[in-house]
Design a protein around this ligand. Structure first.
Ligand code: G3P
Ligand code: CA
Length: 222
């Protein structure tokens, strides 16, 4: 059995403000195998790394991310995806979660640019989303990009969709997992990356199911 991959959620969000360069630096310091982050588009169509569709929770500004330019957002401490990739520089793989409307195409184009011109490899990326339409778009645009199917509702639904789009992995809310359904997903060829597993007892339990990776705010606890 291979070891379980440690994936830092929004960087290392348990220690440092989520989805910031400092949080990604902390995750690297904790020797993660992968970093999960969230993306939305700015007014000028840059890919910005932020979880919510508004600025209200994580900055001192208010309003929708899509109503601010990338330079305004950068001044609020929100990095662009390009900045983050340049900073991480292939030290671990990146799980890009598509949150904002219209993010599929620019993310695919950026991955292609990194692979063709910056010495990155497709296996350095994993694109996930709860919005399965956007995952279909990723597949249609570039079938070489690895896809992760997110679900907080149904393993069966995610599994059926993962088959349909030839996904790499299934990313369920960890509370949906059982010994049986983990085996079933793995037998069908999918890696299983549950989220967001933060407490010691939960981490122990999920590790005992032999999942392929765990997404955690405290990746050093995995
Ligand atoms: O990608 C796993 C997890 O991040 C999904 O939930 O709300 O933290 O983006 P959320
Ligand atoms: Ca996320």
């Amino acid at each position: 059995m291979n070891s379980i991959l440690k994936i830092g959620h929004r960087g290392a969000a348990g220690y440092i403000a989520e989805n910031t360069l400092a949080s990604f630096e902390k995750a690297l310091e904790l020797q993660v195998d992968g970093i999960e982050l969230d993306v939305h588009l700015s007014l000028d169509k840059e890919i910005m790394v932020i979880h919510d569709e508004t600025l209200d929770r994580t900055t001192y500004e208010k309003g929708y991310v899509t109503n601010f330019t990338s330079s305004q957002l950068q001044q609020l401490g929100i990095p662009t995806l390009i900045e983050v990739l340049t900073f991480i520089n292939r030290q671990c793989f990146i799980n890009i979660e598509l949150k904002g409307i219209g993010t599929a195409k620019p993310v695919v184009e950026l991955i292609e640019h990194c692979v063709l011109s910056k010495n990155w490899h497709y296996k350095d990326f994993l694109v996930s989303s709860f919005d399965w339409k956007m995952l279909e778009e990723v597949l249609w645009l570039n079938p070489k990009i690895r896809i992760g199917v997110l679900t907080e509702e149904s393993i069966e639904g995610a599994w059926a969709f993962a088959k349909k789009i030839n996904a790499h992995s299934i990313h369920p809310d960890y509370r949906l997992l059982s010994k049986e359904n983990v085996v079933l997903m793995q037998e069908k060829g999918f890696e299983v990356f549950p989220w967001t597993v933060n407490f010691k007892e939960d981490i122990q339990k999920i590790k005992s199911l032999h999942v392929n990776g765990i997404i955690s705010d405290f990746p050093d606890k995995i």
